[in-house]
Design a protein around this ligand. Structure first.
Ligand SMILES: [Cu+2]
Length: 187
């Protein structure tokens, strides 16, 4: 029996590991305002940003007319007041600037040309973890009948930003569930 338990445990661990490895890690690249807009005073950048689920590892690309605009990352206060005095980066002026979103949290960008930020040329993005967490549905008491009854606590699965819902995400979920069931049988 001990050997069987050890085997089941090994299988459970292997399945759980496989589920974790099924997570791609490459980030996405987003051109600000795309499609239909740009880093300019006309594009509704709030709408644009809220349409995207930014993850750490992604990147922002600012494409603009460098003779008219620039890009500067600022603090929340700088964003709120449209003041490049609250800069947290050097001013970018290439016309095609890439900014890595390599950490979670909020990032704020404005155009430093006077009047442009006030005209709407400001961008706030919320960067969440590359591995999002999804809580599994409340588990049924799958180990009832024994004593004591064991109820598995809700598990947490991880999957990467590039995973299409319903494909390997649900596969990972299934694998974690199977692994949980096997672990539960061991107890
Ligand atoms: Cu500008």
């Amino acid at each position: 029996m001990a050997r069987l338990q050890a085997s089941l445990l090994a299988v459970a661990v292997a399945i759980a590991a496989a589920a974790m490895l099924a997570t791609p890690a490459s980030g996405a690249s987003y051109t600000v305002g795309d499609p239909g807009g740009s880093w300019d005073t006309k594009t509704n950048l709030d709408d644009w940003a809220s349409s995207i689920d930014f993850r750490s590892g992604d990147e922002l690309v600012f494409k603009y007319d460098a003779s008219v605009h620039d890009v500067v990352e600022v603090t929340r206060e700088g964003y709120r007041t449209c003041s490049p005095a609250n800069a947290v980066s050097a001013v970018l002026r290439s016309g095609a600037d890439t900014v890595q979103l390599n950490a979670t949290g909020r990032r704020y960008f404005i155009c430093g040309v006077p009047g442009h930020c006030d005209a709407g040329m400001k961008l706030e993005v919320w960067v969440s973890d590359a591995n999002c967490t999804t809580t599994l549905p409340p588990p049924a008491p799958i180990c009832s009948g024994g004593s004591p009854t064991i109820v598995m606590s809700p598990g947490v699965i991880s999957y990467g930003s590039g995973v299409a819902p319903g494909s390997s995400a649900s596969l990972s979920s299934l694998l974690v569930t199977v692994a949980s069931l096997l672990l539960c049988l061991l107890v």
